[in-house]
Structure formats: structure tokens, C-alpha cells
Write a protein of this length. Structure first.
Lengths: 145, 329
């Protein structure tokens, strides 16, 4: 098979194949996200639980926070009745950050070998999500290691 | 019929992914095996199609020009619409690939009060441009799931795309634009009679498939949420060649992934190859230098030529007898 204008065709094809396979090359020798279920179990065994179960919080926390904000800022209602009947004060800095106190490194003390840290930024950074909480709220201090 | 066939084909594919994951628990098949097969078919098929096109000679200059050709020095040449240099062709191709310049010239021809009139028809150009650009941005955005640390330009694109800060998770403008434009591109095939007449199942199927991909992605992001960190684990597993199937990713993710795999596998077999074809269009990518360079047809073969001189040598006596004038006595 004779290829006419072979130079240009092959340059184009090399660019194409390079782009398609680039994720494989960029990630050569990289490791996957490692999630340690022990951290969550430890939290539970210590009697620490979020306002709703983990299965709900993980995908829906941003919507819950949004509803809390609207409820507090627009309606002045700070009382949250959780699905298990417990009452919580809707407050990001007093309720959420009571446990999630360090957006960078709170679990790092025990789990410093994790590629993904059990913190806000641990997950957020791993999937490149940049929440704009800290545009208004005072961001918790980060320990620079 | 052609519409319904394509529609139900996509529905059947969605259902098969749903059944495969939800009932048969074939997560490994849908999450690992099919993606690898799809990307292999895509890459090899794409290269094969391009090489096949490359093996066709284009001996003569056939650019479709719409501007003044290079001529006498005092006549102003249109360097882009009638390029006589490589740089002109590069600008022309860039405008074509990035802004669909030839589609911008799209005209509508109709009879009005017995007269033939030509009107502007820019909606196809606008919707096509919106569709392709939003698709590209969405495609690039997804690289946050395939790269361990997301490069800053992808974060910038994401930031701009979600700039309106509507709702949580932040609404991406491109999601709306893609769904809107693909709907328009479908409706125009249905409502314009001439376009409907020439539309085939192969025209409707990619539209439904892309609509399915966009819709499942939107549902997954805003409504039936999945464990996004698990999704990244799966995606990273694929690209570091150590596939994993994290537990608890919702079935909607597998439907989304399956439709994308089908799009990739279907790509080299279909009209979607215009992605490579636009760069290989001889009517666009050629320098119009017919008057400057002699182009020789590569399939010319040596023809035995019988010149007039030889002819006269053969028949001189007979010609003289018949009174026909000859050049040499």
C-alpha cells in the first residue's frame, strides 16, 4: 500500500496516537488512589458519626451544605432534624468543622501513608474539585509539612 | 423507521448495560474489558481508515476556492480563500476545523412568489459549533479522572465552565449547551423535509448515542450520584494498567461508560471519522498552484504515441496519389 503525502499523514497519525495513549504515558509508574476503610471504621468505633450516614453524606454533602446555607441565611432556621431523629445546629463552622477540623491533614497523624487523605481536601484534590466554601468562611489552618 | 431503529438501538444498549451490571454483576466486563476493547478498536480502526485514505492519490489540485487566485502583481489575491502557499492553507484549515468556516457559508434556497431566492442559514453552523466545542470541553474536563494530579489548565477550564456557580455540584454550562445543541441537530433532521429525506439510521444513531452519553452524565452528576472517588479509582486503574473495580459505584456510571465505549468502537466504522476526514479533504487542504507547478498524474502509464510524422511516413505515397498535401516530399 503506497501512501501519498506519507510525511504529512504519518505526522498526523503520530499526533493522534500520541494523544490517545497520553494518559497511559503520563501515568506510567503512578499509583492508584488508596482508600483505607479503617479510618471510617475507627471513627464509628469512637462513636463519631456525621449528621447523616456515610453512604448519604459522601455523594450528597454538597447539597446538604447548600440547603443548610439557604435555611440559615434566608430563613433564619438553624435546626436540622436528621433522618435518625437527632437534632443538630446547622452551622458549618460549629457543627461540621467540629470534627472536620482540618481541611488538609486531620487523619494524617495515623494514616500518613495514604495517597488520599481522609480530609476534605484529600478527596477534593484527588478529583480536582475546588469548593468555594472558603470564599466566605474562614479556612481552617493547614499544617505545612 | 430510521429514527425509531436508532432510538431503540440506543435504548437496548442502555438496558443491556443496566442488566449486565445490576442483574448479572458483570462489573469487570463493563468496567475493564469493554473499555480496553473499545479503545483498541478506536485507535487501530482510526489509523487504518486514515492510511486507506492516504493510499488514494490526489494528482490534481482540486481546492474549492472562493477568492481571487494569485495572478498579476496588481491584482489583490485572497490568500486564505485561494491559497497559493502552505501558510495560507494552514490558516484556511485552522478556520475550517476550529470555526467551521465553510459551513458558515451555508445558504437556504427556496422559491418565494415564484422567484428563486437564497437566504442566510446560520443555525446549523451555530449549533454545530456549539455542539463540537462543548463536546471538546467536556472531553478535556474528564481528564481530571485520568491523571493522578490534575493539570492547572484543566482546573482553569472547569472553573470557567462552572463560572456561573449555579447549584451544587456546580452546573457546567457545556452540559446544557451540549444537550441543547444535540437536540437541535436531531430536530432539524426531523422537521426539515429535505434533510429528513436524506437522513439515514447512521445519522440518527450517533445523535441518540451522544444524547444518551450526555444525559447519563448529567443524571450522574446532578441527580443519581455515584461515588466519584471510586470512579477515579476505576479510571486510574485502567490507565496504569492495573484495573480495579471499586465497590459501590452506581449502575448509572456503567451505563455512561458503556455508551462511551460504544461511541469509541463505532467511531472508525462511521461518519464520525470526519474528525480525521476534515484534515484530509483535498478540496480544503490543497494549495491552488495549478498555474505555477506541473502536477503529473501518478497513474499515467507509457502510451504508444503515433506522431503525425510517423503517420505521414507510413502513408506518404497513398496520400500523394489521393492528392492530399504532405509536409515532406
Amino acid at each position: 500500500m503506497k501512501i501519498y503525502d506519507g510525511g504529512k499523514i504519518f505526522v498526523g497519525l503520530i499526533i493522534f496516537v500520541g494523544l490517545v495513549t497520553s494518559p497511559f504515558f503520563f501515568n506510567r509508574g503512578k499509583s492508584n488512589i488508596v482508600r483505607d476503610p479503617k479510618a471510617a471504621q475507627m471513627m464509628q468505633s469512637m462513636g463519631l458519626q456525621c449528621v447523616e450516614p456515610k453512604a448519604f453524606m459522601l455523594p450528597n454533602h454538597m447539597q446538604l451544605l447548600d440547603e443548610w446555607r439557604d435555611s440559615v441565611v434566608r430563613k433564619g432556621n438553624r435546626l436540622y432534624k436528621a433522618s435518625d431523629g437527632k437534632n443538630y445546629v446547622m452551622s458549618f463552622q460549629n457543627t461540621c468543622m467540629n470534627c472536620h477540623s482540618d481541611k488538609n491533614e486531620s487523619c494524617n497523624a495515623c494514616h500518613n501513608n495514604l495517597a488520599i487523605k481522609h480530609t476534605c481536601d484529600g478527596c477534593h484534590n484527588s478529583i480536582a474539585v475546588k469548593p468555594y466554601c472558603w470564599d466566605c468562611h474562614i479556612a481552617p489552618k493547614e499544617k505545612k509539612s | 423507521m430510521r429514527i425509531l431503529f436508532s432510538f431503540f438501538a440506543v435504548i437496548a444498549l442502555v438496558l443491556s448495560a443496566y442488566a449486565g451490571v445490576k442483574i448479572a454483576n458483570l462489573q469487570f466486563l463493563f468496567g475493564v474489558v469493554i473499555p480496553y476493547i473499545a479503545i483498541t478498536i478506536f485507535t487501530l480502526g482510526f489509523v487504518y481508515r486514515v492510511l486507506k485514505w492516504g493510499s488514494s492519490p490526489v494528482p490534481f489540485r482540486i481546492p474549492t476556492t472562493c477568492g481571487q487566485q494569485k495572478s498579476l502583481p496588481w491584482i489583490k489575491q485572497n490568500r486564505i480563500e485561494n491559497p497559493s502557499s502552505i501558510s495560507g492553507v494552514i490558516i484556511r484549515m485552522a478556520l475550517e476545523a476550529l470555526l467551521f468556516r465553510s459551513l458558515f457559508r451555508n445558504l437556504k434556497t427556496q422559491l418565494k412568489d415564484g422567484k428563486l431566492v437564497y437566504g442566510e442559514a446560520k443555525w446549523l453552523w451555530l449549533a454545530g459549533l456549539a455542539f463540537h466545542w462543548s463536546f471538546l470541553i467536556i472531553f478535556v474536563r474528564h481528564f481530571r479522572l485520568f491523571l493522578q494530579s490534575t493539570p492547572s489548565f484543566i482546573k482553569t477550564i472547569e472553573g470557567l465552565d462552572s463560572f456561573l456557580q449555579v447549584g451544587v455540584p456546580l452546573l457546567y454550562m457545556t452540559d446544557i449547551v451540549l444537550l441543547g445543541s444535540v437536540t437541535y441537530l436531531f430536530l432539524r433532521r426531523v422537521f426539515i423535509p429535505q434533510v429528513k429525506y436524506i437522513s439515514l439510521a447512521a445519522d440518527y444513531f450517533p445523535l441518540f448515542l451522544i444524547f444518551g452519553i450526555a444525559a447519563s452524565g448529567v443524571l450522574m452528576r446532578y441527580f443519581y450520584k455515584v461515588d466519584i472517588v471510586g470512579v477515579k479509582e476505576l479510571a486510574m486503574g485502567l490507565v496504569i494498567l492495573k484495573p480495579v473495580i471499586p465497590q459501590g459505584i452506581g449502575v448509572i456510571f456503567y451505563i455512561h461508560l458503556f455508551l462511551i465505549c460504544l461511541l469509541f468502537a463505532y467511531f472508525p466504522l462511521s461518519k464520525l471519522m470526519h474528525m480525521a476526514g476534515v484534515f484530509l479533504s483535498p478540496t480544503r487542504n490543497m494549495v491552488n498552484n495549478s498555474r505555477m507547478v506541473r502536477h503529473i498524474n501518478p497513474w499515467n502509464y507509457p502510451v504508444h504515441v503515433h506522431t503525425y510524422e510517423e503517420y505521414e511516413n507510413d502513408f506518404r505515397e497513398k496520400m500523394k496519389k489521393a492528392g492530399i498535401p504532405v509536409e515532406k516530399e
